[in-house]
Ligand binder design. Structure first.
Ligand code: PMP
Length: 383
């Protein structure tokens, strides 16, 4: 069968491809430890499961409006007003099958083929993959530790800036002044932004500030993405939404209509319950403990450099001291030690590995980390 030229050149996401490989090995009876993506060992909040169980007793699950049931959009508008200080009404919200769908739709609605998009490196691979599917020109800019005036002034001209705050994989959390600087730059250069705040709830310290709270977000053209996947351990539920000026929401709905129509009615029930459930405190404390344990285990390892992230379910390790290609490192680790990590190449920065540390029980987590250390030590001895 002939495949279109457009799809013939496209590649699966590196992250989901690695996870798919791990799942395939597991289904063949292989025992392995998967740190390649972050799949929480927590279930969805109890209130989500209760509401969905109740919804199953309804006589029928109807199609809702494409952008989501009005009552849900009103709840989400209240959520972003209270939590994120984003003043938005229900017609400025679109409910999607996860943030990925919202990202695709927002980029589709805001750009034409050939337009330039700034992606900060390291990056979540879906930004690049989506931009490539839409034939956009991606300009990669290294994410500095601080977005100071000189950095912001040096950003290239572009149609869209993609910001991920809190940031996967580094856990970096942008401060109010940095966001204000970006907003001023957007206004001066006429660049719009897609701000992915999917990790907003996974903050170990400090404050999450939404970029759209910093300025007149409608005039600047800011689209903010939210997801229950990481905030409420609901990866498989596919619950996300975007906040955008009403005209952008309408364009996104026009695209979503023939593809999925609305998100599933059950997911909408789940989305409403999740985002009304507040802060996932117990989950965050569990993640913090794991983060600190893994940092302690890697502490004495001379070839590993790892900062303590302020947020998120990942540790971003610099293993460049080993002098190895990290794709080969990840391959060998998987083949010989049965531990999967994400090589930095998949996120645009070779010499690093990303470890998702929220998936298993603590004993498995420790076994996996000890295997990485033993493998790296053997490589270091050979070097
Ligand atoms: N944005 C980023 C940067 C992510 O890493 C993730 C989870 N992998 C998501 C969004 C969540 O996407 P979705 O809502 O489609 O599961």
């Amino acid at each position: 069968m002939r495949i279109s030229q457009r799809m013939g050149a496209a590649r699966p996401l590196a992250t989901t491809a690695m996870h798919g490989r791990v799942e395939a090995l597991k289904s063949q009876g292989e025992e392995l430890i998967d740190f390649s993506i972050a799949i929480s060992h927590f279930p969805a909040p109890a209130v989500v499961r209760e509401r969905v169980a109740q919804a199953l007793l309804m006589p029928a699950l109807p199609y809702t409006a494409v952008g989501g049931a009005l009552a849900l959009r009103q709840t989400l508008a209240a959520k972003v007003g209270a939590d994120n200080r984003i003043d938005a009404s229900a017609d400025e919200i679109i409910v999607t099958n996860g943030a990925k769908q919202a990202l695709y739709e927002a980029l589709y609605a805001l750009t034409d083929p050939g337009d330039t998009v700034i992606v900060l490196r390291p990056y979540w691979p879906a930004y690049l993959a989506t931009a490539e599917l839409l034939k956009l020109k991606v300009v990669l800019v290294d994410l500095p530790a601080r977005l100071d005036a000189a950095f912001v002034a040096g950003l290239p001209d572009a149609r869209i800036l993609i910001v991920n705050n809190p940031h996967n994989p580094t856990g970096q959390v942008l401060q109010r002044a940095e966001l204000a600087r970006l907003c001023a730059w957007m206004g001066a250069r006429g660049c719009q932004a897609i701000v992915d705040e999917s990790y907003e709830k996974l903050l170990f310290q400090g404050e999450h500030v939404s970029m759209a709270a910093c300025a007149d977000w409608r005039a600047l053209g800011i689209v903010t993405l939210f997801s229950a996947s990481q905030s409420y351990a609901m990866m498989g539920w596919r619950c996300g939404f975007a906040v955008a000026p009403a005209t952008v929401v309408q364009a996104m709905e026009t695209l979503q209509g023939p593809i999925t129509a609305a998100a599933s009615a059950l997911s909408q029930v789940a989305t409403e319950a999740a985002f009304a459930s507040g802060e996932p405190r117990a989950m965050l404390e569990d993640y913090r403990r794991r983060r600190d344990l893994v940092l302690d285990w890697f502490g004495p390892v001379p070839w590993m450099r790892m900062a303590r992230p302020d947020s998120g379910p990942y540790l971003w390790g610099d293993v460049s001291a080993l002098g190895v290609d990290t794709v080969a490192f990840a391959e060998q680790l998987l083949n010989e030690w049965r531990v999967a990590v994400m090589p930095g190449e998949a996120l645009g920065v070779p010499g690093h590995i990303r470890i998702g540390y929220i998936s298993d029980d603590l004993a498995t987590l420790e076994r996996g980390v000890r295997a990485i250390i033993a493998f790296g030590n053997a490589l270091a001895r050979r070097a």
